[in-house]
Design a binder for this molecule. Structure first.
Ligand SMILES: Nc1ncnc2c1ncn2[C@@H]1O[C@H](COP(=O)(O)OP(=O)(O)OP(=O)(O)O)[C@@H](O)[C@H]1O
Ligand SMILES: [Mg+2]
Length: 428
């Protein structure tokens, strides 16, 4: 329902009804701009005014920001330049400063006039009322150019309606703030959810890698056991079978009274058993080199290098830098095993003429380097296509389990350099 202008012929109850309808129309609106535009239209209708404005206090409280204007066409440039009205005691701002209705029959001759912006139609009759929240002005409504001067009735009506408008403005502002906060919150939740999703995927990826590592570790252990059993089968088992056969033949020779050949068989058995003993010692030594526990890392490395040279005919030198110290027991055995694995690779793959082991002690770290002058290899290729080969992987795992890291430099025809760095901790 379009409210009709309030005329002096209207009864009090008709005016109240008109005001009520305006308030209902206003409170159904949700955007601030439509509230301001509708409220201003109502005010012009209520007071039979030609044009008017709604101004709201700026955040610093020093000016009015004209947020709605009606009754004359203003270029956007005009609006850009003039929408801020300083809060000074001019006829157009006193309603806020004095927190009461202010009117004049002709603004052009008002003593508190500060002039009008260029391009604004001349203002004659003017009525301004404050917009108040809990008695404090938050802005004002100004109406102008009623053909006749504004009367007390208009002042009262506009003031009453302005009270409604102020409440609706505040509610809509709060609603807009709430909506903005809600949107910001939703955006944050969406962002956080996305981050969590990434973290979840990351975790799943890590779990998968861990699983892979675990199964590879099991493979490494399995292959180590296989190597030991192969060693025992190839070495000790063959020797024991040989010893059994010799014993049987000694038995037969004795039964036939052939003492001399029987003695020869027994001597051969003794020889075989000596070799069994040596082989068992070698395996025990490999499992847990006694030199390592008794004398420490450097003598154990030297001992192994000597044996390596002996068995492979590849000269292997050991150089030590720094002041040798005991490492934690598991670090010493780990370092030793790593050297074994690296030298094993030198003997099987490198085709090297010499190899060198460098042990460097410093207060915080221990560095072991194994260098050969062999044919080198394509590291990336070897790492990507493992094909059941576990040596390099085992070395990396060992390094990690000791809190250190392993680096390999190699190029075809350029030899290979394996470097292990582990932190030095108190021996356990
Ligand atoms: N010092 C080296 N010189 C030349 N090639 C090497 C050297 N070390 C490793 N390689 C190459 O890298 C590959 C992978 O080595 P890795 O020790 O992982 O496996 P492997 O020795 O073949 O088998 P495994 O150690 O499981 O018995 C080797 O097959 C070899 O081609
Ligand atoms: Mg190997």
């Amino acid at each position: 329902m379009i409210p009709s202008p309030i005329s002096s012929s209207q009864t009090q109850s008709e005016r109240l009804q008109a005001l009520y309808h305006m308030a209902v129309e206003l409170s159904a609106l949700h955007s601030l701009q439509s509230v301001l535009n509708t409220a201003l239209r109502h005010c012009l209708d209520l007071t039979e005014s030609q044009f008017g404005f709604v101004g709201l206090n700026t955040a610093d409280g020093r000016a009015l920001d004209v947020v709605a204007m009606q009754g004359f066409f203003a270029e956007s440039e005009f609006y850009e330049h003039n929408h801020i009205i300083p809060l000074r005691p001019s006829i157009f701002a006193r309603a806020v400063l004095e927190n009461r209705p202010v009117s004049t029959d002709d603004a052009r001759y008002d003593p508190s006039r500060f002039g009008q912006p260029k391009g604004h139609p001349p203002v004659a009759a003017f009525l301004g009322v404050p917009l108040r929240i809990r008695d404090k002005p938050i802005g004002m409504i100004g109406v102008a150019n009623r053909p006749q001067p504004y009367e007390d009735d208009h002042e009262q009506l506009l003031l009453t309606y302005a009270a409604q408008v102020a409440i609706v403005i505040r509610n809509v502002q709060l609603y807009e703030q709430l909506t903005t906060a809600k949107e910001a919150l939703e955006e944050k939740v969406a962002k956080r959810t996305a981050q969590l999703e990434v973290a979840r995927e990351d975790l799943a990826q890590k779990a998968m890698l861990l699983q892979q590592l675990l199964s590879e570790t099991v493979d490494v252990q399995e292959s180590e056991r296989q190597r030991i059993s192969q060693d025992m089968h190839d070495g000790i088992n063959q020797l024991l079978v040989g010893a059994m056969l010799e014993l049987r033949s000694a038995q037969k020779r004795l039964a036939n009274g052939r003492i001399e050949p029987a003695n020869e068989s027994l001597a051969s058995v003794r020889g075989i058993l000596h070799r069994v003993e040596a082989e068992i010692k070698r395996i025990i030594h490999d499992l847990r080199p006694p030199t390592l526990d008794a004398l420490g890392l450097v003598p154990a490395l030297r001992r192994y290098a000597e044996r390596f040279t002996q068995y492979t005919n590849i000269p292997c030198t050991v150089t030590v830098f720094g002041e040798p110290c005991r490492l934690a027991s598991r670090a010493e055995i780990g370092v030793y095993r790593l050297m074994q694995e690296a030298l094993q690779n030198v003997s099987t793959h490198a085709d090297a003429t010499r190899t060198e082991v460098v042990a460097a002690f410093s207060p915080r770290t221990f560095k072991l380097t194994i260098i050969d002058d062999g044919q080198g290899f394509d590291l990336l290729e070897a790492e990507q296509n493992k094909n059941g080969r576990l040596g390099l992987l085992g070395m990396k795992e060992r390094a990690q389990s000791l809190g250190g890291h392993l680096t390999i430099w190699t190029q075809p025809e350029q030899g290979t350099r394996v470097e292990l760095i582990v932190p030095v901790t108190e021996p356990l």
